[in-house]
Design a protein around this ligand. Structure first.
Ligand code: SF4
Length: 147
């Protein structure tokens, strides 16, 4: 797993874990990262949140999907699911806050929420915070297939 600093060569969305699809009606794409804008504006360039997906770099640019196609509808639904999980996690953490600089984040398209943020030298017990996030009710619901 790696991310793409802004100064590196572009890495296309279709090699990224969060890639949804390319749109047939315009040059944009759909991104599944629920804390980012759903619209991938320049998919061939990716973005700062690019995360390599094992095996994805073996393939070329995928065919764009038409609006209303079953595959596209399913991916749009997946994006809404991840947005919902992210919202629920943030609501839970508002009731029982994390230290400043830490937040819950959907960690993959599978939906489990993980701890994010915090500088390496932050004095907080990161393992304890990770365990707290792992125990969130939203994660229990994801594991149970209810979200
Ligand atoms: S917009 Fe960024 S996070 Fe989303 S698919 Fe493209 S590179 Fe990945």
């Amino acid at each position: 797993m790696s991310t793409q600093p802004m100064w590196m060569d572009p890495r296309p969305c279709w090699h990224c874990h969060w890639f949804g699809y390319l749109m047939a009606e315009n040059p944009h794409g759909m991104c599944l990262l629920p804390t980012s804008n759903a619209m991938a504006v320049i998919p061939r360039q990716g973005c700062a949140f690019w995360r390599g997906e094992p095996g994805a770099s073996d393939g070329g640019q995928p065919e764009p999907l038409e609006s209303g196609s079953p595959a596209r509808v399913a991916i749009d639904r997946a994006r809404r699911r991840l947005e919902r999980i992210q919202e629920l996690a943030e609501a839970e953490v508002r009731r029982s806050p994390l230290p400043h600089g830490f937040w819950p984040q959907v960690g993959s398209t599978e939906g489990t929420v993980v701890l994010s943020g915090g500088r390496p030298d932050h004095p907080a017990d990161r393992a304890a915070l990770e365990a707290k996030v792992a125990r969130l009710g939203v994660n229990a619901a994801v594991r149970a297939g209810k979200l």
